[in-house]
Design a protein around this ligand. Structure first.
Ligand code: SF4
Length: 167
């Protein structure tokens, strides 16, 4: 993969893992996130936790903060572990994205301050294949003329699109 193929935002990687319908709605500019109390809470947590650390963002990636340890360590702060798998892929995407910018990346850390948990994330060769499939999957979903049908998921009740999908 090259940087041209790494054109998606980290949040799109999260939504691909969480819900393909959500990915489509968000990517087509149908945004309900600003109405969501949960999103506001997540933003508040980002802004108030580790606030003295350096962050990084460009048009695709928005890294909560980074440190260095024989290379860059990518840190992401999250509200809840409910979507942990999706968070892991977001961090892996960031790690791979930065590596493609010739940045030496050591590993990633997911922070769940409310649960007092941290999780280390590594990027393996197998992950590269899996990430390629995810990015191709995102491309395919976005080429659909209509959103994928609603699938009842355990996190629908906490989703910013809940009213849109069930209203
Ligand atoms: S409410 Fe459920 S189906 Fe609708 S976008 Fe959210 S997670 Fe997906």
């Amino acid at each position: 993969m090259n940087l041209k193929e790494l054109k998606f935002k980290g949040i799109q990687v999260v939504y691909y893992v969480v819900c393909k319908r959500k990915l489509w709605l968000f990517s087509k500019g149908i945004s309900m996130e600003h109405f969501s109390e949960r999103v506001s809470l997540g933003k508040f947590l980002d802004e108030t936790s580790f606030k003295d650390e350096e962050d990084y963002s460009d048009e695709n990636v928005s890294i909560d903060f980074y440190t260095t340890e024989e290379g860059l360590v990518v840190h992401e702060i999250k509200l809840s572990r409910a979507l942990e798998e999706a968070h892991i892929w977001q961090v892996k995407y960031y790690m791979y994205y930065l590596s493609n910018m010739s940045v030496k990346v050591s590993y990633g850390i997911l922070h769940y301050p409310k649960q007092r948990k941290v999780l280390r994330v590594y990027f393996s060769e197998e992950d590269q294949e899996e990430l390629k499939k995810i990015l191709e999957g995102i491309e395919k979903i976005l080429s659909m003329p209509k959103p994928p049908p609603l699938e009842v998921k355990p996190y629908c009740k906490k989703c910013a699109y809940e009213e849109f999908c069930y209203g």
